[in-house]
Design a protein around this ligand. Structure first.
Ligand code: GLY
Length: 352
């Protein structure tokens, strides 16, 4: 098992990464001893891992219950949030007690925000079960629900007290979801770690990389922890984690949510951002090609689906980080070195 420490001014905690951790959940959840814990899972993760987490909590001396929400983005709603508050009240949860988020990004965001806001803050543990949530969304304290007018419009920065990553949970994930997570893994190499990128290049296939997965996930978590330490509230350098998101989000939006997965949009967006950087002379020549080669080797999308350019341009202008006709873009100097800059939205639209 590997441990990565997150030290941030709004919360410090350990991320535990390894195989079979849920089989020894009691050991890793001993911080819940003597407390109540409500495990929030979805219809996919509850039958697979609910029992292991519940019995681990009980063996650790906690009084634990399981709540199951429907699987899918629709659960990140105010209605579902209210249902969780009611269930927390029914379970007699106090601020000293725990919410345990067991699932991917949707469950992590929903249960995380419920914990952040219930009684002005109950205690939170993240048990992410998708590659994307293990390397990104469970770490760093971003929690949110959606409103009918957009994604993640209500939320809070709320750090968990522990993140428990059992790499074995990825064996039940479908290949497409694994791919979306791999896109984020490759992103870390692009923005901050040339050696990680080279390791992914050398492995050259999902099967080969999966033999090194504990180490790779731990490396991604350590990179994320460093960003979170420097910029816990996402006001500066943490923005580099959005490499590939300018076009990626626009594609997700324009295609209609669920058609292109977030991690897939990021893949296409990374190649586009590197091409823009090369065209503007800020990115080392050949970078886009190198990223595209790795993505292709891992069966990941390199180019966006055929979507109207006007729809993409409009979506980029509506990006949360766009204002005054300018769009914030993350670029690479070269693989392993990212920086942010702002670009005229019309100039960017011409590059699409
Ligand atoms: N998912 C990007 C961040 O946590 O800042």
């Amino acid at each position: 098992m590997q441990t990565v420490r997150v030290e941030a001014e709004n919360g410090s905690y350990d991320i535990l990464i390894g195989r079979g951790l849920l089989r020894r959940a009691a050991e890793h959840l001993s911080l819940c001893a003597g407390r109540r814990a409500v495990v929030v899972a979805d219809a996919n993760t509850a039958p697979l891992y609910g029992e292991a987490v519940l019995s681990g909590l009980r063996q650790a001396g906690a009084e634990a219950t399981l709540l199951t929400v429907p699987a899918g983005e629709e659960s990140k709603s105010i209605a579902q949030l209210t249902a969780l508050y009611d269930a927390f009240l029914d379970a007699g949860l106090s601020r000293k007690d725990f919410v345990v988020a067991l699932g991917g990004g949707v469950v992590g965001d929903l249960a995380g925000y419920a914990a952040a806001s219930y009684l002005r803050g109950a205690r939170l543990i993240q048990v992410p079960t998708t590659l994307l949530s293990q390397v990104d969304s469970s770490v760093g304290g971003k929690t949110a629900v959606n409103l009918p007018r957009g994604k993640n419009l209500v939320g809070a920065f709320y750090q968990p007290e522990r993140v428990l990553i059992d790499v074995d949970t990825l064996s039940t994930l479908d290949e497409r979801q694994v791919g979306a997570g791999l896109g984020e893994v490759i992103k870390y190499g692009c923005i901050a770690d040339e050696a990680l990128f080279a390791q992914i290049e050398r492995a050259g296939s999902r099967a080969a990389l999966f033999t090194q997965l504990d180490e790779v996930i731990a490396r991604c978590c350590a990179l994320k922890a460093a960003y979170v330490k420097q910029d816990p509230l996402d006001k500066g350098v943490r923005m580099q984690l959005n490499f590939g998101h300018t076009l990626g989000h626009a594609v997700e939006n324009a295609a209609g949510y669920g058609v292109v997965l977030h991690g897939e949009g990021v893949c296409m967006g990374m190649v586009a951002a590197a091409r823009w950087g090369e065209a503007w002379g800020v990115t080392e020549a050949g970078t886009a090609e190198r990223i595209a080669r790795v993505l292709a080797a891992y069966g990941l999308p390199v180019t966006p689906p055929d979507l109207p350019k006007e729809a993409l341009a409009k979506a980029m202008r509506l990006d949360k980080k766009a204002s005054g006709g300018r769009v914030e873009v993350v670029a690479l100097r070269k693989i392993g070195q990212a920086f942010g800059y702002s670009v005229d939205a019309d100039a960017l639209a011409k590059r699409l």
